[in-house]
Design a protein around this ligand. Structure first.
Ligand code: NDP
Length: 320
């Protein structure tokens, strides 16, 4: 049997690595299972690995590149002794302590045992899956208006989607852009009526109904998109320098189905204002339990909370 670790952290975005910094400085020798680059949207370091400039992370007045920021998080965690393994967790058993964690398939014995587990596996934006999508992220293509809207001052841009996210992002983006085109695949929005009305009244938003994106145009940077009508297949083009994809997010919670309590939207449930899950000793931090803020700084904050909660929980266990 492997040794039982004090803390195993699953996931290595801002939440997981902040938890690693705090738990390593608390001399708990955390193990971070950071994931493996199995696809472009699923790689160690989380969603910031897919962005370019990050200008809203406090402490970087000139901004910082997303991947560089995550390398700094990682270096800070390992400096204090956190062990980071580039592996993908295939199974967890949280039904009894120590918790069991498997890496790889078809293994009878668990790879790791843990007194506490911090789940920080994040969430992914649902993408359109068009060619060159990954290379254009951060070069005109974005999944976060709060993060990237500022870069599109006085430019014509587009948003895909018809839910609350798309309408909220489109409305927010009118602060910067000269025009925001909203591409909706049906002839109506899914978004709440009040947000719809606000968007309909906004002179900087133009709706394109029954319209889908079929192609990204431009070489190193997005310079336009090709579109198609879902009604009569007629085609069109829009010369936009930015395209925000807002068709939903999926939390990475597959490993914990039937073990950890989840909301209807699949995000992990934690105690209000805390990171404790329904299983004592298991904590959830970052986007995997946050469908609302979804920011690097809020994820990092909850990673810190999870570390402190895990540390106190361990102390509490040991004093009984
Ligand atoms: P939703 O699932 O609510 O909406 C997704 C939208 O994207 C739908 O309009 C859907 O179209 C469209 N879509 C899906 N796939 C594609 C595709 N491949 N091509 C084009 N369009 C596509 O996701 P949201 O992220 O908007 O919202 C998630 C949850 O968060 C909701 O419960 C929402 O209410 C909530 N939320 C609330 C906010 C607020 O209250 N301020 C802000 C943001 C989100 P179709 O309608 O045809 O399925």
């Amino acid at each position: 049997m492997p040794e039982t670790r004090n803390v195993v952290i699953i996931g290595s975005g801002p939440a997981g690595l902040t938890a690693a910094i705090y738990t390593s400085r608390a001399t708990l020798d955390p193990l971070v299972l950071e994931g493996e680059p199995s696809s472009t949207s699923d790689q160690p370091g989380g969603q910031l690995m897919l962005t370019t400039d990050v200008e809203n992370f406090p402490g970087f007045p000139e901004g910082v590149m997303g991947p560089e920021l995550m390398m700094n998080f990682r270096a800070q965690a390992t400096r204090f002794g956190a062990e980071v393994q580039t592996v993908k967790v295939s199974k967890v058993d949280l039904s009894e302590r120590p918790f069991k964690i498997w890496v790889g398939d078809n293994e009878a014995e668990p790879t790791h045992l843990a007194k506490t587990v911090i789940v920080s596996t994040g969430a992914q934006s649902v993408m359109l899956d068009l060619p060159r999508e990954t290379e254009l992220i951060g070069h005109g293509l974005s999944t976060c208006a709060t993060c990237d809207g500022f870069f599109f001052r006085d430019q014509e841009i587009a948003v895909v989607g018809g839910g609350d996210s798309a309408i909220e992002e489109a409305t927010f983006l009118t602060r910067f852009a000269s025009m925001v085109h909203v591409l909706v695949r049906r002839d109506e929005l899914r978004a709440s009526k009040i947000m719809q009305e606000r968007a309909f009244a906004n002179p900087k938003i133009t709706f394109h109904w029954n319209t889908v994106v079929t192609e990204y145009q431009g070489d190193a940077k997005l310079s336009g998109i090709a579109t198609k009508s879902t009604v009569d297949d007629s085609v069109g083009e829009l010369a936009v320098t930015g395209l925000f994809i807002a068709i939903g997010h999926t939390p990475n919670t597959g490993l914990y189905v039937d073990q950890l309590d989840m909301h209807d939207n699949g995000y992990l449930k934690t105690e209000p204002g805390r990171t404790a899950t329904n299983i004592p000793g298991v904590f959830a931090a970052g986007d995997v339990q946050d469908s609302y803020y979804r920011q690097a700084i809020t994820a990092a904050g909850s990673g810190c909370q999870a570390a402190i909660e895990a540390e106190r929980w361990l102390e509490d266990q040991e004093s009984h």
